[in-house]
Design a protein around this ligand. Structure first.
Ligand code: 3PG
Length: 305
């Protein structure tokens, strides 16, 4: 079987080595398409692939139509909004993710972004500390739980809301469960987003909701840019000079946000999962899942069931 690693943003070399070892030990062949700049390169590379490992790379109906041998796509990471699930199902292609494998990397970046925001991006003036501040975690999945763990080390008072996770589970983790998104924003000094991009969540974080943050509030987004109602957030930041917005996902309206100098920061490229450890965890998990799929028909992590 031919296993293609198609990564516009490549894995660390050690992760690629590990993926190769796992793949070849199972008698499969590994092909690399890294740092591609054109969709045509991807269309050509998938033509004879039986399996594909991707990151945020887009697998749409056109790619699936070109991938005549394809049986499985594994998104080495959590969010699979970059894969057209309906088209994959229609082509009989299994889609999997590797949940949790890069969660700590993303959670650590939340605090990298947050510390620089509350220190005024190191502008030489007195900033503020995280100790004793209220942190709100929106969605208590793998990343949210890691954020809670690290926040406790900073001595933060941690709150969470998750429409799909029972309050008892949140409380058992030593986190205050609140009953709505509104309550989370009203209660907290900082809110960190960990919701997936779905029809329900798209553009759900905007003017009204973020406007509920306390004076000096910070919004941290290491989720997807689509969850932000950008027009509303730009309007809010113009009205509320106390608010700050830090993001690992460059918004479409980046140029508008750039006007809020000292209150806005975006990483140039999505960096949350970009650590050697996360690459190894997620890359190896993807390679192992493909091996198990071809050997035993294992579809434990399938997301298009
Ligand atoms: C994920 O959904 O796992 C993260 O957003 C990581 O995305 P990346 O693999 O493109 O860095």
């Amino acid at each position: 079987m031919k296993v293609l690693v198609a990564t516009e943003k490549p894995f660390a070399a050690a992760a690629v080595e590990g993926i190769r070892e796992v793949t070849e030990a199972a008698g499969n062949e590994l092909v690399l398409l890294e740092k591609y700049t054109d969709k045509a390169q991807l269309l050509e590379a998938v033509a004879d692939a039986d399996a594909v490992i991707i990151r945020s790379d887009k697998i749409d109906a056109e790619v699936l139509a070109a991938a005549k041998q394809l049986k499985i796509v594994v998104r080495a990471g959590a969010g699979y909004d970059n894969v057209d699930l309906a088209a994959a199902t229609a082509h009989g292609v299994v889609v999997e993710n590797t949940p949790g494998q890069n969660a700590n990397a993303v959670a650590e970046l939340v605090f990298g972004l947050l510390v620089s925001a509350v220190r005024g991006f190191y502008n030489g003036k007195a900033g503020s500390e995280l100790l004793g501040k209220k942190l709100g975690i929106l969605a208590f999945g793998n990343v949210g739980r890691n954020v809670a763990r690290i926040a406790k080390g900073f001595g933060m008072d941690v709150y969470a809301y998750d429409a799909y996770c029972p309050a008892e589970v949140i409380e058992q983790a030593g986190v205050h469960a609140v009953t709505s998104q509104d309550a989370l924003f009203e209660t907290c000094d900082v809110v960190s987003l960990h919701i997936p991009a779905t029809p329900e969540t798209k553009q759900s974080i905007g003017y009204e909701l973020v406007g509920k943050l306390k004076k000096g509030g910070v919004l941290v987004n290491t989720a997807r840019k689509e969850v932000i109602g950008e027009e509303g957030l730009v309007r809010l930041l113009a009205e509320r000079e106390d608010l700050r917005f830090v993001t690992d996902i460059k918004p479409d309206a980046d140029a508008e946000f750039q006007k809020f100098e000292g209150r806005y920061f975006s990483t140039p490229k999505k960096m949350g999962a970009q650590t050697a450890e996360a690459n190894i965890n997620a890359g190896l998990a993807a390679a192992r899942q493909i091996t198990a799929f071809f050997k035993e028909g294992d579809t434990k992590f399938q997301v298009n069931k």
